[in-house]
Design a protein around this ligand. Structure first.
Ligand code: GAP
Length: 491
């Protein structure tokens, strides 16, 4: 018996999390062999599985638990006119500013926010004032005013340490390439900056083939690409990332009701996958995107501050109307139910409420909550410690580690039998090397919620020791109970 006394390191050192991700196969810098590619990351053997589990949980909640939401998988490449119609060619840009001495380019809001974050504690009021001014100037597209705000507050470039700035200009965030095998025939094509447009252009296909009745939703997960100029904070802001989006088609005039509904529903969902309510908050948009009449972010308190995790947008009928106009095809819905309600029935362009969450950001959320550096005093008075990933069991990449105490006496054979049984239901990990304590620590570090040890007693009475990652409790259970017990805990 030991006395469990100490707790997690609250600071959750971000640099430690990043190096832990690399050491234990969660996330690697892309093309690391060639010194890496900025703001692009690869998911390793543990990370890919965790990412899949998060994606699956979202997909299930949307398409299985909501009877009126279906899922699709549209291609990344789309007709170039899609992006003209959606407004992305003309409006999907961020205001940027360059420092003339270092030639470093900054997104204006990031530059100002970074400055405010570094202000002394007694300058909190000033920080709030600067941010409020920034929001108002951004909303008014007042770039002269924004440059003056930067200069008046003596906001400097982190490299040159000077305040020698260019004028503020807009830069489009879309990547483009050429399609076609012969150069002459090649045409410009964009890498999609959001998955949503694949849903809008398929609205009629899905509605008609699935006989969908409004209100209904179309969900999709997939890669999106943005040429983010200031790329920072690990997988928080990447140039290639994954979105999980759902467009909910509603009657015109009912968008406020559904906006409020999805606002609550999405926050509840985040809580259901283990994110504490006090680490989530809403942030209403002051400057609305070109397509929205209401918008908010669900923010999470990341180790580097409160930041956007998910966006909820009321996109009106903007996208469907634009696609109808550019394609010269009718995109409307015939609402027979209005007739039954005694109202004149007819065709209309549905309004859309969108929920859009970044899978990578959600991954970072789960990981930054899970990473804990624990110390405690043992019964003999000495200190012990561990690094543990307390990933919720239902999301953990590996659910169960099966560990024969020794590599002999038939223990590996019994362990393999259990492995063969359990791997039919969930991911298991088999390990017979090293002392058992060391193996437990490694399973803690990769976030495996349950370990089962097979020892000599197992041969006598068919029981095993099960160890619970979060409190390191151990108990003996029948080997025949293991599969059922773990299945119950990961539901
Ligand atoms: N379809 C609407 C849309 O794309 P957004 O607010 O630009 O809206 C939605 O993006 C979500 O996608 C964000 O809340 C964020 O989680 C994720 N996201 C956006 N840009 C990202 C980036 N560069 N890297 C990682 N995730 C990003």
């Amino acid at each position: 018996m030991f006395i469990f006394a100490a707790m997690a390191n609250e600071a959750n050192n971000f640099a430690e999390i990043i190096s832990h991700c690399k050491e234990y196969g969660y996330i690697f810098q892309s093309s690391e062999l060639y010194d890496g590619l900025a703001a692009v990351y690869d998911y390793g053997q543990m990370g890919a599985q965790l990412k899949k589990n998060i994606r699956d949980a979202w997909w299930k909640s949307m398409t299985q638990l909501h009877e009126n939401i279906v899922g699709i998988d549209a291609a990344i490449f789309m007709h170039p006119i899609v992006w003209k119609a959606s407004g992305h060619v003309d409006s999907f840009s961020d205001p940027m500013i360059d420092n003339k001495d270092s030639n470093k380019r900054y997104r204006v809001d990031h530059l100002i926010e970074g400055h405010v974050e570094q202000l002394a504690v007694d300058k909190e009021a000033l920080g709030k004032e600067i941010l409020a001014n920034m929001d108002a100037l951004l909303a008014a597209n007042d770039y002269t005013g924004l440059k003056k705000l930067i200069e008046d507050n003596n906001i400097k470039c982190s490299i040159s340490k000077t305040c020698n700035w260019t004028d503020i200009r807009e830069f489009n965030l879309m990547f483009n390439t050429k399609i076609g095998s012969v150069t002459d025939e090649a045409d410009t094509i964009y890498l999609r900056p959001e998955t949503a447009q694949g849903i809008f252009v398929n609205f009629l296909n899905v509605q008609k083939s699935g006989r969908m009745k409004i209100p209904f939703g179309i969900a999709q997960t997939g890669k999106a690409f943005r040429n983010e100029i200031v790329a920072r904070q690990f997988i928080f802001r990447m140039r290639e990332f994954e979105q999980m989006e759902m467009q909910f088609f509603v009657r015109p005039g009912s968008q406020k009701k559904w906006f409020d509904y999805w606002k609550d529903e999405r926050k509840k969902w985040h809580e259901s996958i283990g994110i504490p309510a006090e680490k989530l908050r809403f942030h209403d948009h002051i400057k609305l995107a070109h397509y929205a009449d209401m918008a908010l972010d669900i923010e999470f308190e990341f180790p580097f501050g409160w930041k956007e995790l998910e966006g909820i947008h009321s996109r009106t009928d903007f996208d469907l109307t634009q696609h109808a106009s550019f394609s010269k095809k009718k995109i409307q819905y015939f609402d027979n139910d209005l007739n039954e309600e005694g109202k004149p029935y007819g065709n209309y362009t549905p309004y859309v409420v969108e929920t859009s969450v970044g899978l990578d950001r959600l991954f970072l959320t789960i990981l930054s909550l899970a990473y804990q550096n624990e110390t405690w005093i043992k019964e003999d008075g000495t200190e012990d410690s561990r690094v543990v990933l307390k990933i919720p069991a239902k999301l953990a990449p590996t659910k169960l580690a099966i560990l024969p105490l020794l590599k002999k006496d038939g223990l590996p054979e019994t362990a393999k039998e259990l492995m063969n049984e359990c791997k039919q239901s969930f991911h298991c990990f088999y390990e017979e090397k090293d002392a058992i304590g060391k193996r437990y620590r490694r399973m803690d570090a990769i976030g495996t919620p349950f370990c089962v040890t097979i020892d000599h007693q197992t041969k006598e009475d068919n029981t095993v020791t099960i160890r619970y990652r979060d409190d390191m409790r151990q108990e003996r259970i029948a080997v025949s109970e293991v599969r059922k017990l773990v299945e119950g805990m990961i539901k």
